[in-house]
Design a protein around this ligand. Structure first.
Ligand code: MSP
Length: 508
């Protein structure tokens, strides 16, 4: 049986339209999903939408529509963007779907029955945009410690989850599983938070009604984070424990942004512990994007809209830029100049040029027919070894979710390829008939190296890779068996490649 790999993105709130921050997590998840599939894993890749809660209810009211109308409208924007970005999710869960409501209700009821959820009363500060309660000491001058917006005092009857009872177990789980929370600095933050002791968590609301009703007490709706986190189970068919749940749970990785780490590494594992279900293996929190040095916000009107970028530069450029520009886990800045720089230098100059130079030489010296590799010189061997070594470096990087490092190691081989052309000087060999065989070997090494480069790039830039492999006369899908040196066969007809990426005029 093939090993399984279950990965998820957060489910996105439908009160906002998709922007580059949402695209970031989803593209990262997509390339990881594609990479794992390429390596032979049985992958389940989930994304979806978070449609309940006060935020959505309020946004709908403002627009004069029902929350479901709003959700139906906005969810299409997400789905069409994912399609346009080439996102290969296996399912898309909406929290308003029956399959989801059923699973949430089931777990909530179970926790009520076993006394882990009890009825109490709540009085605290609430931040609606974050859907989070804060204590007196946490709110400085009436502002939410996360987003700095005003909080309001709320007193209501509420169901509570006995999270305090799980402090020790959670701490032990985090300590016994060093890979559970990544990156490391985030793990330390969470450990200190848990060490302070967990408070019981309010898990129902009576102040609005857009949510899943508490079983047996319909005045309450279930807290939106209890509802939302459970999507990772319900999309697998839970409470049915056969089928996809049995096959894929626990998740291999939840990819999230740093702002929602506590929900995923404190609330979520303790809910699961209470429900007697296994804990996900890894939660990875990436950083946040600013735009030209500023926080992205509607009021600053600087929200970067992925559709516009894709229309202007192409899908693969956007995918590449997002993954290359910033190490996954750190904050980063989006600027048009850095995007254009990446296009012109990495994509047009390095990657594109290597392919057009080499295929043009093959056309000129061998009529576009790939010769056999004879004895490898030291320079040939070095290129072969660099290429092979890169394949294993990329593999390790993907395990660590170090996407930009993976790309960096691929680009080292691309630069090595360009340098190899300069050093072997095929144009000089072509003048000397006694060097025909040596020239053939250089051509073989150059093109075989690029077959592997474009194969391993296929999860990152699927369209470009398909196009490039097409020029190289390689018709197979990249997979674990063909990611090895020496499979491009002599006699293959290789077309002279057109430029993969046009250069952008920086004066424009
Ligand atoms: N609905 C919740 C998640 C529930 S998961 C069970 C939610 N939704 S969200 O739409 O507000 O945010 C989704 C993701 O987008 C978060 O991981 C967040 O980190 C990410 N981003 C939002 N703005 C971002 C940037 N400016 N930069 C990078 N990621 C950002 O939270």
């Amino acid at each position: 049986m093939r090993p399984t790999f279950y990965l998820t993105t957060p489910i996105y709130y439908v009160n906002d339209v998709p922007h580059i921050g949402h695209a970031y997590t989803t593209v990262a998840a997509d390339l990881l999903a594609r990479y794992k599939r390429m390596k032979g894993f049985d992958v389940f890749f989930l994304t979806g939408s978070d449609e309940h809660g006060q935020k959505v209810e309020k946004a709908a009211q403002t627009n004069g529509e029902t929350p479901l109308e709003l959700a139906d409208r906005v969810v299409k924007r997400f789905q069409s963007l994912w399609q346009k970005l080439g996102v290969s999710n296996n399912d898309f869960i909406r929290t308003t779907q029956e399959r989801h409501k059923l699973g949430v209700t089931k777990i909530f009821r179970q926790l009520m029955e076993q006394g882990d959820i009890y009825l109490g009363e709540y009085e605290d500060w609430y931040c609606t945009p974050c859907e989070t309660f804060w204590t007196e000491t946490q709110v400085a001058e009436g502002k939410c410690p996360d987003c700095n917006r005003p909080v309001e005092k709320l007193k209501e009857e509420s169901y509570f989850f006995r999270m305090s009872a799980y402090t020790e177990r959670l701490l032990a789980y985090i300590e016994d599983n060093p890979d559970f929370i990544q990156p490391k600095n985030r793990r330390n933050e969470i450990i200190s938070f848990v060490k302070e002791g967990l408070r019981d968590l309010s898990v129902s609301r009576t102040s609005f009604s857009w949510g899943i009703p508490v079983p047996g007490n319909e005045r309450h709706v279930i807290y939106v984070w209890f509802d939302a986190l459970t999507n990772y189970l319900t999309a697998l068919g839970y409470p049915d424990k056969e089928g996809n749940y049995g096959r894929y749970w626990p998740a291999d990785v939840h990819l999230i942004g740093k702002d929602i780490l506590r929900f995923h590494t404190v609330y979520w594992p303790t809910f699961l512990m209470a429900a007697g279900l296994p804990i996900p293996k890894k939660v990875f929190a990436h950083g946040w994007w600013t735009v030209e040095g500023q926080k992205m916000s509607k009021s600053l009107q600087n929200v970067v809209e992925p559709n516009m970028l894709i229309d202007k530069y192409g899908v693969d450029v956007v995918r590449y830029f997002l993954m290359r520009e910033v190490p996954f886990g750190l904050d980063g800045d989006f600027s048009h100049s850095s995007l254009i720089n990446r296009i012109n230098s990495d994509l047009a100059n390095d990657l594109g040029n290597l392919l057009s130079r080499s295929t043009a030489m093959l056309a000129k010296y061998f009529n576009g027919i790939l010769p056999d590799a004879a004895n490898l010189s030291d320079l040939d061997t070095a290129l072969k070894q660099k290429t092979e070594n890169m394949l294993s470096v990329v593999d390790n990087c993907m395990d660590e979710l170090a996407f930009s490092k993976a790309l960096q190691s691929i680009w080292e081989v691309i630069s090595a390829g360009n340098k190899y052309i300069d050093e072997t000087a095929p144009w000089a060999m072509a003048k000397d008939p006694s060097k025909k065989e040596q020239l053939g070997t250089v051509m073989y090494c150059l093109l075989e190296s690029q077959r592997l480069i474009h194969s391993v790039l296929s999860p990152f830039m699927p369209d470009t890779s398909r196009k490039a492999l097409g020029f190289l006369g390689w018709e197979q899908e990249p997979d674990a068996d063909n990611l090895k040196w020496g499979l491009l066969s002599a006699g293959t007809v290789i077309e002279k490649a057109e430029a993969l990426f046009p250069r952008i005029d920086t004066k424009e």
